[in-house]
Every structure is written in structure tokens, then in C-alpha cells.
Design a binder for this molecule. Structure first.
Ligand SMILES: Nc1ncnc2c1ncn2[C@@H]1O[C@H](COP(=O)(O)OP(=O)(O)OP(=O)(O)O)[C@@H](O)[C@H]1O
Ligand SMILES: [Mg+2]
Length: 358
């Protein structure tokens, strides 16, 4: 799927913009502070209902304005078109899909799967497990209907259990939260185990193409899953009480990266770790596309500058071979030179105003 038209109004520095992007690569260049990330943020808002930079609507809305609006036409592979819109005031969000009001941001994600690869995303290899979990959750949300609601129920039960642990509570109240954490957690685990196994081969392929090293990615559940989560919770109760938080469960899950049986963390150069991070993100995007039969739109911010010329070329090559719509930013056009080919559109942004160059 791809966006054939995007309208942005009063989002940060972007006053009023109307873009007709290419279904393939869209290169966005401009000086620091010109509004490149704001354009990606606009598209992300349409797919996710929220920004990748802030949870506060008031920061997103252009100073002096009351609301921001983003709308776009999404074209499915079947040729079917649908108009999506999102409007935010400082206190409320309004969503429209195909002319109907919607209340749930997850309906946007179903109409427009988007994946953002940001400079922070490069920490997916060397950084904390949280990034890896959010990537898992992104993929599972798209491939498994119902995943988000179970994840939310799990997190809520976990918060209650942790609060009770901190208050030194126990008895029936704790048992009932253990029951819920155990049940929802077991469901999350079974879905992650089932679906993430299939993503392994895709990650191997992408890491091989980008890095020249096939990397194995293995899902780790967050407890030794040869026993039920319920039992693991019982066994960890003393430790959990001391810490005032739950030490076992899907909120502690991780993805382990190895090559030739050895962990790759700590063995890769900084540049290689970044390239592997990109490979993992692209692999997950590809995996989701294959699973749901719809290609996510990729938003890639400021990444070209993080890679050397050789790696940048490989990355842009792989990207253009994926046949998906990509919006990629860089402060200088030379960083994206290798991506110029038929079907590539180039935009230049200056003080929030965008014009198509090629
Ligand atoms: N609510 C707002 N109202 C008006 N302008 C804003 C608002 N929020 C941010 N800005 C401005 O918008 C500008 C564009 O920011 P943006 O992050 O999109 O730039 P960029 O092109 O991605 O820059 P960089 O190359 O540094 O990443 C910044 O100068 C910022 O000060
Ligand atoms: Mg930026």
C-alpha cells in the first residue's frame, strides 16, 4: 500500500502542505530545523495516532494555532482508495477513516501500517531490551488480531500486581492478580513464540545481504518457559516482594542475536551494529508485509548520516529492492545520492515549506 496524497496543516513548522509522493522512494532533504522530521511525524500520526517524539499534542500543534490536521489517500495493492484523517487539539484527537469518525487509534494502524526507523532505533542491537520488545510488539500487533488488547490487559494487571507488592499486600488480592498476569502473559508468550519464529529466516536473509553475516534472532520469553508463567510467578514471589516489582513475564522478554552460535552483542563495530539494526527493522517490515499481505510505509529519519558511504549504498539498494513506499530524510542530498533511480521523488524542505525537486 502507499500514500498518493498527503495534506498537513499546522504541524510544528509546517504551515500548510500538500504532497504527492512517489509510491516508491521519497527523499526529503533540507537544513537542520527545516521540518523534515515533522513531515515524517505527520505520516506517523496518521498510522499510529500519536507522534514518535512527544505525547503532548500542544508541542505538535503549530504555535499560535488551535489544531493540527493531517489527511492522506491510502492506495491498497488492489487499487482501492481510502482517505484517512487525524485532527488534534491540545486536549483531543479526532480520527476519520473513509469518512467515518473513529475513536480508536488502532483502527488507523490497520488502515495504514507504518514503521519508523529513527536514530534511536539503531540501539536495537546494543541498547536496552525495551526497543527490541517494542519491535516485537509492533510486528505482533499487525500479524495477530487481538494482540494489542491482550498486551494492554497484561500491562494493567502487571501494574496492579506491582502496586500490591510494594504495599506488602498478599492473600486473595495478590492471587487474583497473579491469575490475570499469568493468563494474559501466557497468551502473549504463545503468540510471540508462534509468530516470531517465522521472522527468524527473514532476519537472517536481510543481515546477510546488508552485513555479509547471517544473524540468528531468537525470541526469549522473559522466564524459563518450560514452566507456566503462573508457577514462575509463585516461585519468584519472595524476590518480587523484595524488589517491589515482577521479575518474570513477557515484559522481560528479549530477542537474542547470534551468529555461528555466538552472541553478536559486543562483537560488532559500531557501524556494523547500526547496519544490523537497520537489517532487523527492514526484515520485520518485510515479514509483516508478507504475513498481512499489505506493505507498511517506511519512515526513515536521519539514518544516512549514520552509515559510511559503502554501507549507505547497500542500505539504499536493499531498500529500493523491497518495493515499498519509503520516506527518507537527510540534511544533505549527497547522502541520498545512491538512491536516485526511476520512480524516486525528491523533496526539498525550507522553513516548513516543501517543494518537489525531481
Ligand atoms: N509547535 C511548534 N510550532 C512551531 N514550530 C515548531 C513547533 N515545534 C517545533 N517547531 C520547530 O519546527 C522546526 C522543524 O523541526 P524538525 O525537527 O522537523 O526539523 P528537521 O528538518 O528534522 O531538522 P534536523 O535536521 O535538525 O533533524 C524546528 O525549528 C522547531 O523549532
Ligand atoms: Mg530531523
Amino acid at each position: 500500500m502507499y500514500l498518493s496524497r498527503i495534506q498537513v496543516q499546522s504541524l510544528r513548522i509546517v504551515d500548510s502542505e500538500n504532497l504527492e509522493p512517489s509510491p516508491h522512494l521519497n527523499l526529503i532533504t533540507g537544513a537542520n530545523g527545516s521540518g523534515k522530521s515533522s513531515l515524517l511525524e505527520a505520516i506517523y500520526l496518521l498510522g499510529m495516532g500519536r507522534s514518535f517524539r512527544t505525547r503532548r499534542n500542544s508541542e505538535l500543534i503549530q504555535r499560535g494555532e488551535e489544531k493540527l490536521c493531517v489527511s492522506a489517500t491510502v492506495v491498497a495493492d488492489t487499487g482501492e482508495r481510502q482517505v484517512l484523517g487525524i485532527e488534534k487539539t491540545s486536549r483531543a484527537t479526532r480520527i476519520r477513516i473513509g469518512g467515518k469518525n473513529m475513536w480508536n487509534a488502532s483502527s488507523l494502524a490497520q488502515s495504514l501500517p507504518v514503521m519508523a526507523i529513527l536514530p534511536d532505533s539503531l540501539g536495537v542491537v546494543t541498547g536496552s531490551a525495551e526497543l527490541r520488545r517494542s519491535l516485537m510488539d509492533w510486528a505482533l500487533f499487525h500479524v495477530k488480531p487481538g494482540y494489542l488488547s491482550v498486551l494492554q490487559s497484561y500491562k494493567q494487571a502487571l501494574r496492579q500486581r506491582n502496586a500490591l507488592l510494594r504495599q506488602g499486600g498478599g492473600g486473595v488480592a495478590l492471587e487474583s492478580w497473579d491469575e490475570r498476569v499469568g493468563e494474559f502473559g501466557q497468551v502473549l508468550h504463545s503468540w510471540r513464540a508462534e509468530y516470531l519464529d517465522d521472522a527468524e529466516g527473514v532476519v537472517r536473509g536481510f543481515s546477510d545481504r546488508l552485513l555479509g553475516i547471517p544473524v540468528d534472532i531468537r525470541y526469549r520469553p522473559g522466564w524459563s518457559a518450560d514452566i507456566s508463567l503462573k508457577l514462575a510467578l509463585e516461585r519468584s514471589l519472595d524476590a518480587d516482594r523484595r524488589r517491589g516489582s515482577t521479575t518474570v513475564g513477557p515484559h522481560r522478554a528479549d530477542l537474542e542475536l547470534s551468529s555461528g552460535g555466538l552472541s553478536v552483542r559486543g562483537r560488532l563495530s559500531r557501524g556494523e551494529a547500526k547496519l544490523l539494526a537497520v537489517a532487523i527493522f527492514l526484515a520485520y517490515a518485510q515479514y509483516v508485509a508478507e504475513r498481512i499481505g499489505r506493505k507498511p510505509v517506511l519512515l526513515i529519519d536521519d539514518l544516512a548520516a549514520e552509515l559510511d558511504e559503502n554501507n549507505r549504498r547497500r542500505f539504499l539498494d536493499v531498500l529500493s529492492g523491497m518495493g515499498i513506499q519509503v520516506f527518507i530524510t537527510a540534511s544533505e542530498s549527497r547522502l541520498l545520492e545512491a538512491a536516485h533511480s526511476a520512480g524516486t521523488a525528491m523533496f526539498h524542505v525550507e522553513r516548513g515549506a516543501t517543494c518537489r525537486v525531481v
